[in-house]
Design a protein around this ligand. Structure first.
Ligand code: UD1
Ligand code: CA
Length: 465
């Protein structure tokens, strides 16, 4: 169910597309369902249907998640009824699991337990209950003296006495499709909200012996209504991600101050310093060291690489044993091969730095390939842009670029060639050659001494001390 407006988010974006640990809220429910073995997933959408559908298509492939339209939001019972046409050909004994698109922390294992409970329940209905830590406007579970579930009374409809009931409805259900079809047809909107309540299925199941309620921890089932909930659930999701990684052999120096998005693999014995942020489609290999303050977005880091503090990288590949940082900016389509080194205040973009090559200080390397073991001196700049187009620089293997050189692209520095410090390279440098564009140095003997004397004499004469 993801058709609701999410009014309390005060947002132009559909609530279920707000992200939790870098993954859209609705994707958490979808992935939990798939993790529990769901044969099909139908998203019930209404508000911003096209945008949400496009996000689902982009993430899972076009049409992989089926969509049912609930044009008007007339309650959770009405929402599920809107999905029935999508289930048309399915047999009555199929079990349908109903999840909320705004409760991302539910685990796949819990869905499996819920499904088994439904399969074992003669009335064909199981639901998750929870005891909230603080008062919540949830539906209350009403039982008879024998403990059999009789009905759910919504908070808005409950008497003061009913509101004292601790067991509340968490909003997740597993139900036999035959019963679902029959019972949904009997729902009426004769309640405080004037909606069709899905929760009335519980009273229908009571006539068949009663539904099964399975208790779940509040943290796992709590949903998101506003941005305070969003931040709280995001924090819980991130703690869960970090805990799982630590249990799998990753060291976090400060797990509470380290932000790792969902679905980011991190290898065993990786070491992650404080304030590190790993986003999107990033992956981190074994024994990688990522020191304080690094921010990686869509970056592949191979085994044994070392990222020193404050490395910022996006859409890049960092090879095995490469060393990066501190204060390095790897912009999109940077590729560092094995043992490459890129150091302080170096910015790269569309740069392929091959095995063992080094650019240790203060450089801009854009639209460039740097051959194996080449050395890029401090302050080297690739002048890749002429104001209209970008041009390529090729530095072949073993070349040595002296400090403070400019390479005016398109240009090639041949294999093992030297570029003298301070050279502006405007023509290709042949293999093994030296390129030099500096003016020849002149030394004027005694000039500095004479200059100082003349200056101090001038000061004295003008009485200026
Ligand atoms: C619902 C339950 C309540 C439970 C609570 C737990 C009902 C009647 N009540 O209440 O017992 O304690 O969840 O969080 O079900 N939705 C639609 N279409 C609609 C209405 C809702 O898709 O017409 C979706 C919402 O987007 C949301 C989910 O269903 O994802 C739950 O709806 P919401 O309005 O939040 O239900 P609650 O009033 O919180
Ligand atoms: Ca809700």
């Amino acid at each position: 169910m993801a058709a609701g407006l999410g009014t309390r988010m005060k947002s132009d974006q559909a609530k279920v597309l707000h992200e939790i640990a870098g993954r859209p809220m609705i994707a958490w429910a979808i992935e939990a369902a798939r993790g529990a073995g769901a044969a099909r997933v139908v998203a019930i959408l209404g508000h911003q249907l096209e945008t949400v559908k496009a996000a689902l298509d982009a993430r899972y492939g076009a049409g992989a998640i089926e969509v049912a339209l609930q044009a008007e939001q007339k309650g959770t019972g009405h929402a599920v009824a809107s999905a029935l046409p999508a289930l048309h050909g399915e047999p009555d004994d199929r079990i349908v699991v109903i999840l909320s698109g705004d409760a991302p922390l539910l685990r796949a294992e819990r869905i499996a337990v819920l499904t088994e409970a439904c399969a074992a329940n003669p009335a064909g209905l199981a639901l998750l209950s929870t005891v909230p830590h603080r008062p919540m406007p949830y539906g209350r579970l009403v039982r008879d003296a024998a403990g059999t579930l009789q009905r759910i009374v919504e908070h808005a409809d409950a008497t003061a006495e009913e509101r004292e009931i601790l067991d509340t409805n968490a909003g997740f259900y597993a139900v036999r499709l035959g019963h679902l079809r029959a019972d949904l047809a009997t729902l009426r909107a004769d309640n405080a909200k004037g909606e069709l309540y899905l929760t009335d299925l519980v009273a229908r199941a009571a006539t068949r012996g009663g539904a099964t309620a399975i208790d779940a921890p509040f943290e796992e089932v709590s949903g998101i209504n506003d941005r305070v909930d969003l931040a709280a659930v995001d924090g819980a999701a991130r703690r869960r991600i970090n805990d799982e990684l630590m249990r799998a052999g990753v060291t976090f120096v400060a797990p509470d101050a380290t932000y790792v998005d969902a679905d980011i693999p991190v290898g065993r014995d990786a070491w992650i310093g404080p304030g590190v942020i790993l986003r999107g489609r990033t992956s981190v290999g074994e024994r990688v060291r990522i020191d304080a303050g690094c921010v990686l977005t869509d970056v592949t880091v191979a085994a044994d690489a070392h990222l020193k503090p404050y490395t910022i990288a996006s859409d890049s590949v960092i090879g095995p044993r490469a060393e990066v940082g501190p204060f390095t900016h790897l912009r999109p389509k940077t590729r560092l091969d094995d043992d490459a080194r890129v150091g302080n205040f170096v910015e790269t973009k569309k740069a392929h730095i091959m095995a063992g090559a080094k650019a240790n200080h203060l450089s801009y390397l854009g639209d460039v390939s740097v051959g194996a073991k080449a050395n890029i001196g401090a302050g080297t700049i690739t002048c890749n842009y002429d104001g209209f187009t970008k041009h390529q620089t090729t530095i072949e293997a073993g070349a040595f670029i002296g400090s403070d050189s400019q390479l005016v692209a398109p240009v090639t520095v041949g294999r093992d060639a030297y570029v003298g410090s301070g050279t502006t390279v405007t023509r290709d440098v042949p293999r093994g050659a030296l390129a030099l564009s500096r003016v020849k140095q002149v030394n004027v003997e005694g000039w500095a001494d004479r200059y100082r004397e003349a200056q101090s004499r001038r000061k004295k004469e003008s009485g200026d001390h």
